[in-house]
Write a protein of this length. Structure first.
Length: 119
């Protein structure tokens, strides 16, 4: 059975973009030189864990309207920003048991044998 491609998780994207933009600036206003690098690293790590993208990826995606991902680029050596994936709609498949086998067709019960469909 072929699985449809996973849809990107977009529910928390506005929070991730806001965190990537505003938290480093807010932490930069702190007076401690030791706290600021740690805070930026913590925020960056939290964004990567929650969004699977770096803060710069979120900013680039918001600016270009494309799907930008540094981690994916380092894995498959493709471009940094790609067009968003289109949803693939699969045609329905109807499968029936036959002698020692399972046969699948594009239409239900093509030979009129009144067989029970299997999943």
């Amino acid at each position: 059975m072929i699985r449809p491609p996973l849809k990107p998780h977009r529910r928390s994207a506005p929070f991730g973009i806001a965190a990537a933009l505003f938290l480093p600036m807010a932490l930069g206003a702190c007076g401690s030189d030791l706290l600021t690098p740690f805070g930026v690293a913590a925020v960056t790590t939290a964004v990567i864990i929650n969004e699977d993208k770096t803060p710069s990826d979120l900013i680039a995606s918001a600016v270009t309207g494309q799907d930008c991902d540094t981690i994916r680029k380092s894995r498959d050596k493709g471009p940094l920003c790609r067009a968003p994936r289109e949803e693939v709609i699969e045609a329905p498949v109807f499968c029936y048991r036959t002698l020692g086998n399972v046969n699948c067709f594009a239409e239900p019960d093509p030979y009129g044998y009144d067989q029970q469909e299997i999943n």
